[in-house]
Write a protein that binds this ligand. Structure first.
Ligand code: ATP
Ligand code: MG
Length: 647
């Protein structure tokens, strides 16, 4: 297949913060003189006491440690708020769009946000929260979620956000894991017109864990909820009694900022800990460069604050950069599949950043839903969370962006704090399906299973050779697990868990999780490629491919396929798809089994949980492992009930 290449549009090359030549020069300097480079980059944020050390890191067992700007002090909420008051206190920081288009939006200026954060920080203090304490946030996508995050940062408390779609059990596990004495929630959440009983979930969670002394309850829908005297506090009544003045605590660069549990695609979620100084530099720098961001531009990252993307690119990155960040409470297809693009038109959004899972869902509904909106304000599109299939990429580019907007396909992880591999819109020619080139200071390496580096074009395990400022510092409460998980598979390197190919242009192509690589008759294949071929078929909406035991080939190919709206799967389609993949990739990729499924098991962040699909394909269904992060467990029952007979 000929690879499509989209050159940098001339206007972008001329006006972007970073063009191709500047990227090459900056990148070279970032890896040859990291100390000097990061000393300079650190100046982009405000420090209380300037740092004199910059990079003190080692991935080797003997002197393992990760410290950035170690003797500097700062406050992240001051960097997001106070520093902007003089220049842009009255510009809009948060532009909030509710679940329902009939409810009014909210526009919150930097000055208003500053005041709300100070009052809420004082309420936390009044409830006994001190520097270093953990605060669990279980909130819908409302501005108060950002207020609560920034209030924690202001007083040096560590926030742990639990996505508001999680069950009481999952919430209880996370409260207990980080020993949190306070939970912030709302009466109910609203998503896609449905009410989610958040306060009732908290009440139930607290019967499974002990130690929580305060629950702060925001009124979102106004539904009556039980309030426990002495424990439960009404948000608005609570803040009304507080002063609007709250000095920002002087934090060390390496003091913890937040804990966030990974999405659990591959196993039990890990409590990822990020610290303050390096994270601040990394989140603000990557946000500015990847989105070519200038204050005044309306920027929308459609992720929930319950995921790391919401931390770094809805709240911290854009606010450190003095931006206007859109927060959206709802879902892409409510009240109809035009919703995203209607919001783009309403707020004149210039930059839109979303996930492939949402794009594939919208693509499935047809182009009309997009075309009935203008989208003339859009200049740049982004993707995050999973490999984006070339088919979905082309649709995003042609239909949503009308061929005008570059797409930044950003590869990164909860663990990395911010974007690691991505195009810069003014610097990088695009190839659909490739995350392209490394961010400044990032040294990706491919190694084979024995850890031998692969030079030039090739395929292997993706590792990162050296530290970057936004790197996680530990797994909460389990430093040994941190070291074991990330630094022992390939000694001295950070192990990402992802497989990757590098082409002759030095472009990186994420092929999926290492665990998902299958070996058919001695040929190693990334499942992402077969999935992309299936999704490229006109009748297929989504596909997930896993390996299955096969007597002759070692491993066979088991494909789960969801068809487009209105298409009834049948035997003829099954045969057609087998031929299609043979034709698109080659006979080696011929699926042995195709199981049609109305839905695939996904995490609540929308990622396909392949380890469950693998177990079903292996006929090992007695222990499906931790399924607590599944969005809809009933999907699994359907898959189990409809397994095709294996020959
Ligand atoms: P867990 O670590 O608990 O299994 P998770 O890995 O899904 O969960 P995240 O940190 O949210 O949790 O996801 C990071 C992973 O998402 C990456 O390792 C990669 O597999 C995938 N990913 C993210 N962005 C991209 C992208 N642009 N292209 C390809 N893969 C991506
Ligand atoms: Mg992961």
């Amino acid at each position: 297949m000929a690879e499509a290449v989209y050159p940098v549009p001339a206007a972008w090359a001329a006006n972007a913060l970073v063009d191709a030549a500047r990227y090459e020069a900056l990148y070279h300097r970032s890896v040859t003189e990291p100390e000097a480079f990061w000393a300079e980059m650190g100046q982009r944020i405000d420090w209380i006491r300037p740092y004199t050390t910059v990079k003190q890191t080692s991935f080797a067992e003997a002197d393992f440690g990760i410290r950035w700007y170690g003797d500097g002090t700062l406050n992240l909420s001051a960097n997001c708020l106070d520093r902007h008051l003089a220049v842009r206190g009255d510009s809009v920081a948060i532009l909030w769009e509710p679940d329902s288009p009939t409810e009014p939006e909210r526009r919150i200026t930097y000055r208003q946000l500053h005041e709300q954060v100070c009052r809420f920080a004082n309420l936390l203090k009044a409830r006994g929260v001190k520097r270093g304490d953990r605060v669990t946030l279980y909130l819908p996508m409302v501005p108060e979620a950002a207020v609560a995050m920034l209030a924690c940062a202001r007083i040096g408390a560590i926030h742990s956000i639990v996505f508001a779609g999680f069950s009481p059990e999952a919430l209880a596990g996370r409260i207990a894991d980080c020993d949190s004495a306070i939970v912030v929630t709302s009466d109910e959440g609203l998503r896609g017109g449905k009410r989610v009983p958040l306060k009732a979930n908290v009440d139930e969670a607290l019967t499974h864990c002990s130690g929580v002394e305060t629950v702060i309850v925001l009124r979102r829908t106004g539904a009556p909820v039980a309030m426990v005297a002495g424990r439960d506090v009404d948000w608005h009544a609570g803040v009304a009694a507080q002063s609007a003045d709250c000095p920002a605590e002087e934090m060390n660069a390496e003091d913890p900022l937040f804990i966030l549990y990974t999405s659990g695609s591959t196993g039990k979620p890990k409590g990822v800990l990020h610290t303050t100084g390096g994270y601040a530099v990394w989140a603000s720098l990557t946000h500015e460069l990847v989105f070519d961001y200038r204050p005044g531009q309306v920027y929308w990252c459609a992720a929930d604050v319950g995921w790391v993307t919401g931390h770094s690119y809805v709240v911290y990155g854009p606010l450190m950069n003095g931006g206007t960040t859109v927060m959206f409470e709802g879902v892409p297809n409510f009240p109809d599949p035009s919703r995203f693009w209607q919001v783009v038109d309403k707020f004149q959004v210039e930059i839109f950043y979303g996930a492939p899972t949402a794009l594939r869902a919208l693509m499935r509904e047809g182009d009309e839903w997009v075309k009935q909106t203008s989208r003339a304000s859009l200049r740049l599109l982004g993707s995050v969370g999973e490999p984006i299939n070339p088919e979905a990429w082309e649709w995003y580019h042609k239909v949503v962006g009308e061929g005008r907007c570059p797409i930044v396909d950003t590869w990164w992880q909860t663990e990395t704090g911010g974007v690691m591999i991505s195009p810069l819109p003014g610097a990088t020619a695009l190839k659909p399906g490739s995350a392209t080139r490394p961010m400044l200071g990032v040294q990706p390496m491919l190694v084979d299973n024995d850890g031998t580096p692969i030079e030039g074009p090739g395929e292997g395990c993706l590792v990162i050779a050296d530290s970057w400022p936004g790197q996680m510092r530990t797994v909460w409460g389990d430093h040994e697990r941190f070291f074991q998980t990330y630094f022992t598979t390939f000694a001295g390197k950070y192990f990402t868990g992802d497989g990757c190919r590098r082409d002759a242009d030095g472009y990186y192509w994420i092929t999926g999780r290492i665990d998902d690589v299958i070996n058919v008759s001695g040929h190693r294949m990334g499942t992402a490629e077969i999935e992309s071929a299936l999704v490229a078929h006109a009748k297929v909406a989504e596909a997930a491919v896993v390996g299955m035991p096969h007597e002759i080939k070692g491993q066979g190919i088991y494909a789960y396929v969801t068809t487009n709206a209105g298409i009834e799967p049948d035997e003829a389609l099954r045969k057609e798809l087998v031929q299609w993949v043979r034709h698109e990739i080659g006979p080696i990729a011929t699926p042995d089994v195709i199981q049609f499924a109305p839905g695939l098991p996904k995490t609540r962040s929308g990622k396909i949980m392949r380890r469950i699909l693998r177990k079903i394909a292996e006929n090992d269904v007695s222990s499906l492992g931790d399924t607590s992060t599944l969005a809809d467990p009933s999907v699994v029952d359907n898959l189990l009930a409809n397994r095709p007979h294996l020959a």
